[in-house]
Design a protein around this ligand. Structure first.
Ligand code: C2E
Ligand code: CA
Ligand code: CA
Length: 937
């Protein structure tokens, strides 16, 4: 029974007090009127009690004035006051009706007893006890002073009045208490939030002036990502999270100054605790919130808190404090841990940021990628976190998969942006097919991220890759995927980064589409930053050094060029190979700095060499394609050579083949400028790219360097290709050089194929300048070509021994030359030497007894004896005419020899002449017979 439940009255004490205050006011009016009427009546009926009526009236007037003018609107003791206010008139009327007037019944007093209950709203037993006490007092006084008949009358009346009074009390209180409760409830609904029962924005607005004029901490709590929680778990659970959070806030801060002012925003105002204590409490709240369990889910909501600490004098100031707290809570959101930001009021911060804030908020509010309908990055981050913590099986391994569609830019250029968008949508579709129910997002452009279990994911990725490959007819779409296995405690964003690194690491590896992250990626990443940050220092401190690798002439078998190869000698990392830092510098367009440092170092090297009296040979430097983007390399290098007083032909420019696929016109122009300035330009790594042959036509090179791979895995097939390239280049007037030569066999085969220059460990490894100068000073340096004779050797080297007739010479048509012994001989005053020889020629020379050397090292061997007169005459003619000349069939000892001769070149220094010799027959039979045989085949 609620009516007699004391707690109920306590709970509503404020409302009851307010009601009683109104009663007090009403009573003070009614009492005044009543006292005036009483005086009038008394003066007409019984003159004896007029005095007491006057006193009553004075009292009523006083009460009225006090209530009217001195009792404040929020008077807290109205209930007691109304009881007390009745004591005096009831006492007066009691004495009036008994001691002073024993002849009559105490009617006025009875009236008060009956009139009192509707006035007082209180726990019913109290007014009942109050009434009863007065009743007993009246009965006692009547018994003492009145004659028996009157006393009996009073006793009956008092019993009636009390019964009536108690009935009234019960009826009136019951009825009115409902009113009070209803009013309170209605007000509570409008001032409290239905979901959490915390006060709402309306109450905040109503109550906030109480925060004015004192030091307060005004804090904004903003739940992070409530929207997303609602999406993952449904609104019921979202509501429950809200309720739990409100509960946690009440636990920590009480509900007196706590308001829910928006969907997921709460305000707390406290003036009674220190800032440090407040922060402690906030962290406590955040901790409690991070580990709540609802139904079967462990949920991990986070909340951000911003607060302002100050004394607000006006409502505007208070509003600004609140706004600043709001802004700070927004910035706290960006933090991962200790999501709390606050401090003193700083007016500067309030206004300008406001708009910016709104904009940012709206941006993060959307969570779907419009093009593909997948999640966007922000959404994915939360979704993945929740999935890992609560939705996925904790015992299975999970992976973040990072997908990248390769060459989207090229695709867009070829098919247009609409088709490009279709490709992106298709990718999203395919991911949904193979990774249903997995958090899946498009991060940017053509990057996608999926969270899935590890087992089976590799096959799924493979299927995605195959499906995408065939999407467009005749245009395979390439997908790369890197993945990272999640370990407990990892941050989602970091896990995505790891997966991305794994994905990036296979960008350049054709055919490879899947790669797992491993810790070396971190080292790589670290090195990347290190390289970029330390390049300038490394140059300034001389840590960028140059090693020189010898390039040999294949005919002279002597050093004819060198290549400058950069080395980064780092004080903490040791010696770094170019592969470790050049790609990084290229990506960041910084190679030009390093390459110019190399040029400087090469020039310094020339000075050193001159100083110790060494011969200067051309040295090639490697330029990156990006060098031209940031710097006028032609001018920079020309200026440096000129400043050092060095002829330009001492520096050769090597540019790698892949450079030529982009921005061709610029490179064509730069190469032309290099040529005009007198520098040679070589194409490096020829054959490593896609359209190498075309490049030979489009660009003007002096030489092409065959890609090392041709030499490294040289077999029959690659030899055929090498020969074809060498021939083709020769016809275009371009020289060839082979690099990566490691064995004698390779050197021999390349020499036979007509490569003019060779480079590789077989000849020499790259060495420091110190080492090279040291060797030279000890007299054990590499033998080098006289630059004046270089051209002579180059021409000799170019001769194709397998197919000598293509070298601009008239052919003896129809003769298959592969079976012919071919060689180049040098004829000079001090003897005749073998410069080049194919296998047949070598064995011919040996069998005929001209040389004693074996086939393998016939090059450089001196011919024994002197050629006969016929041969000498034919050689003379060949040099004069520049044509093929025939040596008639001759008996050389016991052997018939028939040969053709052609001049190749004359050495400007020694005056020696190189002659190409085709030995058509070498037998004991007649030459005619041999020729007939040859013609038949
Ligand atoms: P590259 O220009 O093709 O240089 C040839 C590379 O092959 C050098 O490696 C060299 O040491 C190595 N090598 C030489 N002979 C042999 C051999 O017989 N067998 C094998 N297996 N390797 C051999 P390095 O010095 O590590 O240079 C690597 C690449 O770095 C160079 O390739 C070049 O593209 C680039 N590079 C080197 N120095 C510079 C530079 O100063 N500027 C620029 N932009 N790039 C440079
Ligand atoms: Ca090179
Ligand atoms: Ca190369």
């Amino acid at each position: 029974m609620e009516l007699l439940n004391i707690d109920f009255y306590r709970r509503h004490s404020e409302d009851l007090n307010r009601t009683n205050l109104r009663s007090l006011q009403f009573f003070s009016y009614a009492n005044l009127i009543g006292a005036a009427l009483n005086l009038l009546a008394q003066s007409l009926i019984s003159k004896a009690v007029v005095a007491s009526s006057v006193i009553l009236l004075v009292y009523a007037l006083l009460l009225f004035l006090v209530v009217r003018f001195f009792i404040p609107k929020d008077f807290k003791y109205a209930t007691i006051a109304i009881y007390l206010s009745m004591v005096f008139p009831m006492g007066i009327t009691l004495i009036n009706g008994t001691v002073l007037d024993p002849e009559h019944n105490a009617f006025a007093f009875m009236l008060y007893i009956i009139a009192m209950p509707p006035m007082i709203m209180d726990y019913p037993l109290r007014p009942v006890a109050f009434t009863a006490a007065w009743g007993i007092l009246l009965a006692f006084l009547s018994y003492e002073v009145k004659i028996t008949r009157i006393f009996h009358g009073d006793a009956v009346h008092v019993l009636q009045a009390m019964a009536l009074s108690i009935a009234l009390i019960l009826i009136v209180i019951d009825a009115r208490i409902r009113d009070v409760v209803n009013i309170a409830a209605a007000r509570s609904v409008s001032e409290h939030d239905e979901l959490t029962a915390v006060k709402n924005r309306i109450s905040y607005v109503k109550e906030r002036q109480k925060f004015l004029g004192r030091r307060i901490i005004l804090a904004y709590f903003d739940m992070d990502n409530m929207k997303l929680f609602n999406d993952f778990y449904g609104h019921q659970l979202g509501d429950e999270i809200m309720r739990r959070f409100a509960g946690i806030l009440i636990d920590c801060f009480g509900d007196e100054n706590l308001y829910r002012i928006g969907g997921d925003e709460f305000i707390v105002a406290r003036s009674d605790i220190s800032e440090a204590r407040f922060k402690e409490k906030v962290l406590d709240c955040q901790n409690k919130l991070a580990h709540i369990r609802i139904e079967n889910y462990d949920v991990h909501p986070t909340v951000s808190c911003g607060y302002t600490l100050d004394i607000a004098r006006t409502l505007e100031e208070l509003q600004d404090m609140a706004r600043l707290a709001d802004i700070r809570s927004y910035y706290a959101k960006q933090k991962q841990k200790e999501k709390i930001i606050g401090g003193y009021f700083d007016r500067e911060m309030v206004d300008p940021k406001n708009i910016e804030l709104e904009v940012e908020r709206n941006a993060t509010a959307s969570r779907i990628d419009e093009l593909t309908g997948l999640e966007n990055m922000t959404y994915f981050m939360v979704h993945a976190e929740e999935a890992i913590q609560s939705l996925m099986d904790p015992d299975r391994h999970k992976v973040f998969l990072y997908f990248n569609i390769m060459h989207l830019k090229k695709f867009n250029e070829e098919f247009g942006y609409v088709e490009g968008d279709n490709l992106l949508k298709r990718m999203a579709e395919v991911l949904r097919i193979y990774f249903p129910n997995c958090p899946t997002a498009r991060f940017a452009e053509d990057h996608y991220v999926v969270l899935d279990y590890r087992d089976g994911c590799e096959e799924k990725v493979e299927r995605v890759a195959t499906l995408m490959k065939t999407w467009k007819e005749h245009y395979p779409i390439e997908i790369k995927c890197g993945f990272y296995e999640y370990r407990g405690g990892d941050e989602v964003s970091l896990s995505c980064d790891h997966a991305k690194h794994a994905c990036d690491s296979i960008k350049e590896e054709p055919g490879k589409f899947l790669c797992e992250y491993d810790t070396s990626f971190e080292a790589q990443l670290w090195r990347k930053h290190y390289v970029i940050d330390h390049l300038d220092d490394a140059i300034a401190q001389g840590n960028i050094q140059v090693y020189y690798q010898a390039i040999f002439g294949s005919v002279s078998n002597k050093l004819c060029n060198e290549e400058a190869l950069v080395r980064w000698i780092d004080p903490s990392l040791g010696r770094m190979r170019p592969d470790n830092f050049i790609p990084i510098l290229e990506k960041n367009r910084l190679t030009w700095k390093m390459d110019l440092a190399v040029v400087d170092e090469v020039i310094r090297g020339f000075d050193e060499r001159k100083r110790v009296g060494m011969n200067l040979l051309p040295i090639s430097v490697n330029l990156s394609r990006y060098d031209f983007e940031n710097c006028d390399m032609v001018k920079e290098i020309t200026d440096r050579m000129d400043a050092a007083g060095l002829p330009h032909n001492l520096m050769v420019i090597e540019i790698t083949e892949t450079a030529f696929t982009e921005n061709q016109t610029r490179l064509q122009r730069e190469i032309k400028r290099f040529h005009e300035a007198g520098f040679q330009v070589w194409m490096d790594d020829f054959g490593s790219g896609y359209s190498s042959l075309n490049l030979m036509r489009q660009f003007e090179f002096d030489m092409i360097k065959l890609d090392m791979d041709f030499v490294t895995d040289m077999d029959e097939k690659s030899l055929v290709i090498i020969k074809q390239i060498v021939n083709l280049a020769r016809q275009l007037g371009i020289g060839t050089i082979a690099e990566g030569v490691e064995t004698q066999e390779q050197a021999q085969a390349l020499r036979d194929a007509g490569c003019e220059k060779m480079q590789g460990y077989y000849f020499s490894k790259p060495n420091s300048l110190e080492y090279i100068i040291g060797r030279a000073e000890q007299g054990v340096g590499l033998p080098f070509e006289d630059p004046a004779q270089s051209q002579y050797y180059e021409l000799v080297g170019k001769v194709d021994l397998q197919n000598p007739l293509v070298h601009g010479m008239e052919t003896a048509e129809g003769i298959s030359m592969s079976s012919v012994a071919t060689g180049v001989m040098e004829f000079s005053k001090d003897g005749n030497y073998v410069l080049r020889a194919n296998e047949r020629y070598a064995s011919f020379a040996k069998e005929a007894g001209f040389v004693s050397k074996d086939v393998a090292d016939i090059v450089g061997a001196k011919f024994e004896g002197v050629p006969n007169v016929h041969f000498q005459a034919a050689a003379k003619r060949a040099i004069e005419t520049g044509d093929w000349e025939q040596v008639p069939e001759e008996v050389e000892g016991q052997i018939y020899v028939s040969a053709f001769l052609h001049a190749v070149a004359t050495n400007p220094v020694t005056g020696a002449t190189a002659l190409l010799i085709l030995v058509m027959s070498m037998s004991k039979e007649s030459r005619k017979h041999i020729l007939d045989e040859a013609l038949k085949s």
